[in-house]
Design a protein around this ligand. Structure first.
Ligand code: ADP
Ligand code: MG
Length: 292
């Protein structure tokens, strides 16, 4: 594109709440065939709430939730805030942490008042050698409802399964529909569990789901799509989205996302409204058409 048409295009984008870092992104978007999006904080609000807590017999709710919340106070994962808020609403006291370790993509491991508290995904419990099959029916229902099941172990014993629900953003369905109308394929990439991811994808009409992806695996997922000969745009907000944003043909970050995501992206959706994605594609197509 000529510099002038790119300037006009990027100016129009700014009016739509979309910032183009470079002219190459405005030119690149019209060539994209697939738009892949992170789930938590991108398609969803990223502000989950605790909805369920099912205990193993012998464990007591206030004690278990109090211990988990005391551990999650130290975590930066969106799930952590949901648990901390719920425990505080129930007036549960927090206990000081004696040790804390985040296990990225899996969960956390903490020591509180001499008790070992481990919280995370089913694959984390499997890694710890804990059998979660006693909660299989509950976890399946939670997943099918679009909620994320999370397990807690106390002193090496499975104590509870919890669920958090993270509502989809207002603009997400309209954005997916608009991308489809533009002839694009829409994919979701998430570390969350498969059932949960598929339930959210169904609500939104998303074509392809890559779930239970480890933090280091998101860019591999982009590479796999590109290896199939496709031009890929990736939309994300998190620290672990940065490598995928860098590798994608066009990387788009949620403006309210983490600094590293925003700094890595070619395009920034200032308000986080995903309708900015099809709007940017449309702008890219018309800008390039104008100068041909
Ligand atoms: P995502 O952001 O897509 O959930 P992550 O890689 O951050 O992906 O986490 C993968 C999974 O690990 C989460 O869905 C959750 O089940 C578990 N997990 C990670 N951190 C925590 C935490 N602090 N508390 C509970 N579960 C966690
Ligand atoms: Mg995210």
């Amino acid at each position: 594109a000529t510099p002038v048409s790119v300037m006009v295009g990027t100016g129009r984008a700014a009016e739509l709440g979309v910032l183009f870092r470079n002219g190459a992104a405005l030119e690149g978007l019209q060539a994209v065939n697939v738009v892949a999006l992170d789930k938590t904080g991108t398609l969803t609000e990223g502000r989950p709430a605790l909805t369920d807590l099912v205990l193993t017999s012998g464990f007591e709710r206030a004690e278990v939730l109090g211990l988990i919340a005391s551990a999650e106070r130290e975590s930066e994962h969106p799930i952590a805030r949901a648990i901390v808020v719920a425990a505080s609403a129930e007036g549960l006291p927090v206990s000081p942490l004696e040790a804390f370790e985040a296990v990225p993509g899996y969960g956390l491991n903490a020591l509180i008042a001499g008790r070992q508290v481990q919280v995370g995904a089913d694959r984390y419990m499997a890694q710890l050698g804990l059998d979660v099959s006693g909660f299989a029916a509950q976890a399946r229902t939670m997943g099918d409802e679009g909620k994320s099941p999370v397990y807690a172990a106390i002193d090496g014993e499975l104590a509870a399964v919890l669920a958090v629900a993270d509502p989809v953003k207002a603009g997400s369905l309209a954005a997916v529909n608009a991308l489809h109308a533009q002839g694009l394929k829409v994919a979701m990439i998430t570390g969350d569990n498969r059932r949960t991811a598929e339930a959210i994808a169904r609500q939104l009409g998303i074509d392809e789901v890559l779930a239970e992806v480890l933090p280091s695996g998101k860019s591999d997922a982009i590479a796999a799509l590109q290896a199939g000969g496709q031009k890929v745009a990736f939309v994300g907000d998190g620290i672990n989205d940065a490598p995928a944003l860098a590798l994608a043909d066009v990387g788009l970050a949620i403006g309210t996302g983490t600094d590293v995501a925003v700094e890595t992206a070619d395009v920034i959706l200032m308000s986080g409204d995903l309708r900015g994605v099809p709007n940017s594609v449309a702008l890219s197509r018309s800008t390039l058409a104008n100068i041909r």
